[in-house]
Design a protein around this ligand. Structure first.
Ligand code: SAT
Ligand code: MN
Length: 595
């Protein structure tokens, strides 16, 4: 081992994992640039990393075709009782599960180096931050963790002799026999891939996958699954939300946190460039918000991450110019296509397709090919500090006070562009019943409608029924200082299947209406689902849309909404006696409003 560690718990854990996984050697990460370069050097030498001529210090990786997204089916919550995990999580008895996984971990790092990554979610040393240590056998994970979290020896100093941390164990599950050349993307077959969370012990075990949230354990596993369970116990919130600062022409700041499922445009909204004249948007985070009630009684949010792990396809200078500018250098790309002049490319990146690329599987691709050049869940890993519109307060440990919560998802029909909850309780009902068409961010079918409460279905580290109650409890504590709650749908389609709303920079028009509502500047129109903008209150000058399409986009059809009721009832029935009475009342009121 290259560094002498003082922390007893960490030393014991390293020893225990080493005995179980049998790596050839152990390396403790210090977070330096030299270290990043050393790791990347290894990845270049093994042929895993492809340097990009067009982007300084940037590399392309191609994953194994079996390992391209999160694996919700193989993600388990291991609480002592099944009831604590609740109906939206997979559950396995923690004792039995430890045995199964220990068997898999036994000798799994043979032929590899075991990396110990001390990291902080949130600024190092801040009272709201949490320390984790990831053990992994993947140098690709080390490089990604350098970007996505704050890695370094300073974290070890903070831990000193007896500080506590969240152990995150990861292995790609592919021991390397002596003398055998490594494959480009080592991983285990799907039936051996497991992600297991022990929220009662603050422990994370991941085996067999090297991709995204399966392997970068600070993100979904620590900052959402484990943190949401801690947050509930301690009375704060860990949510799957972007955070942005929206600034009016007069310089008034509004802070907005928005929860959409993976691959529904959080990164695009977080760094949007408003089409509304005079308005500005600054990015604080694009995926995760930790929020606590401050001394002023308001809810303050921080972004615990240090980088963006964003969906590449669809990102372009017209949809998200600030993301494009973030990606100029120091970026890791995974499963994008490679152009002939040494750049990355993905569907939607340029108006014109390149005449030839190497696709994400390493094969020749031309516009005539019947398959995508990039994988639909291809990603970029980029430092947040490189975003041209990163907010000056993005690392402020005090966080920013949230004025507005937004829920939403992908809905081709029924759900209008925007509406506002009547009250906090009604807002919790909107979050609890949020539904979205599934995306390629998870392995499985794409385009199926599913209930994804608070966009947390895959990430809630305890019983979702208790999560509903936690939202009510937070609202009670916040009282009239609670953020106002809205619901949006950028994805409604016309009868001929085209998106009705241009989205992206024009979403600023929707945000402005929300700010006007918060300021009491505009009235709204009551509908059975919530408050709708009154005609003329959504500023639409310059939007290229016919009045008929606008009407279609805002339409609330009671019949379509009545058709939602059985689905909501079924969804609520899952939670049995954990379903708060206040949600039952909301459903009853909703049904009676629909008439
Ligand atoms: O792979 S991740 O889980 O980190 C990305 C996502 O689904 O949001
Ligand atoms: Mn996400």
């Amino acid at each position: 081992m290259n560094i002498n560690i003082k922390n007893k718990k960490l030393n014991n854990w390293i020893k225990e994992v080493e005995d179980m996984c049998r790596p050839d050697d152990v390396y403790v990460c210090n977070g330096s640039t030299e270290e990043y370069n050393l790791m990347m050097g290894k990845l270049l030498a093994s042929g895993s990393a492809i340097p990009l001529k067009k982007r300084p210090n940037s590399y392309l990786f191609r994953s194994d075709p079996s390992d391209v997204a999160r694996i919700e089916d193989r993600t388990y919550l291991s609480t002592i009782s099944k009831d604590e995990a609740g109906p939206t999580n997979n559950w396995i008895d923690p004792v039995q599960l430890k045995e199964t996984m220990k068997r898999l971990y036994r000798g799994c790092m043979r032929g590899r180096t075991m990396y110990v990554i001390p990291f902080s979610m949130g600024p190092i040393g801040s009272p709201i931050s949490k320390i984790g240590v990831e053990i992994t056998d993947s140098p690709y994970v080390v490089c990604n963790m350098h970007i996505m979290t704050r890695v370094g020896s300073r974290v070890l100093d903070l831990l000193s002799n007896d500080g506590d941390f969240i152990p995150c164990l990861h292995s790609v599950g592919a021991p390397l026999p002596k003398g055998k050349k490594d494959v480009q993307w080592p991983c285990a077959p799907i039936e051996k891939k497991y992600i297991r969370l022990f929220p009662e012990e603050n422990l994370i075990w991941s085996f067999g996958s090297g991709y995204g949230g399966n392997a970068l354990l600070g993100k979904k596993c620590l900052a959402l699954r484990i943190a949401s369970a801690i947050a509930r116990r301690e009375g704060w919130m860990a949510e799957h939300m972007l955070i942005l600062r929206f600034i009016s022409p007069e310089g008034k700041q509004y802070h907005i946190a928005a929860a959409f499922p993976s691959a529904c445009g959080k990164t695009n909204l977080a760094m949007m460039r408003p089409s509304l004249k005079g308005w500005k948007c600054e990015c604080i985070g694009d995926d995760i918000a930790w929020m606590k009630i401050g001394a002023d009684g308001r809810l303050h949010a921080i972004n615990p991450e240090n980088g963006f792990f964003g969906v590449a396809p669809g990102t372009s200078y017209s949809t998200n110019p600030m993301a494009m500018d973030t990606l100029k250098e120091n970026v890791i790309f995974t499963n994008c296509a490679l152009t002939d002049d040494g750049d990355v490319w993905w569907e939607g990146m340029t108006e014109e397709e390149p005449s030839h690329t190497i696709d994400w599987k390493g094969n020749d691709w031309t516009p005539q090919s019947k398959r995508g050049a990039a994988h639909p869940n291809a990603r970029f890993t980029a430092p947040a500090s490189q975003c041209p519109v990163i907010c000056s307060d993005w690392e402020n440990p005090a966080g920013v006070p949230i004025d507005i919560f937004i829920f939403g998802g992908r809905r081709g029909s029924a759900v209008p562009l925007v509406y506002e909850a009547f009250s906090w309780d009604h807002g919790v009902f909107l979050g609890a019943t949020a539904a979205s068409e599934t995306t390629s961010a998870n392995i499985g079918a794409v385009g199926n409608l599913r209930r994804d409460p608070f966009a947390m279905k895959p990430f809630c580290g305890y019983n979702m029924g208790d999560c509903f109650q936690h939202w009510f409890d937070m609202g009670d504590r916040l009282g009239n200082k609670a953020p106002r709650i809205f619901y949006v749908n950028w994805f409604r389609k016309s009868e001929d299947g085209k998106f009705l709303w241009p989205g992206f920079s024009d979403n600023s028009r929707v945000l402005k209406w929300m700010c006007d509502r918060v300021d009491g500047k505009v009235d709204a129109q009551k509908s059975p689902i919530g408050f709708l903008p009154k005609e003329g209150d959504l500023h639409l000058e310059g939007v290229n849309m016919s009045p008929e399409d606008m009407k279609e986009l805002m339409k609330v059809n009671p019949e379509e909404w009545r058709a939602e009721i059985p689905g909501i009832e079924q969804h609520f029935a899952l939670f049995g006696n954990r379903l708060p009475e206040r949600l039952k009342k909301q459903l009853k009121d909703f049904i009676s409003r629909l008439g």
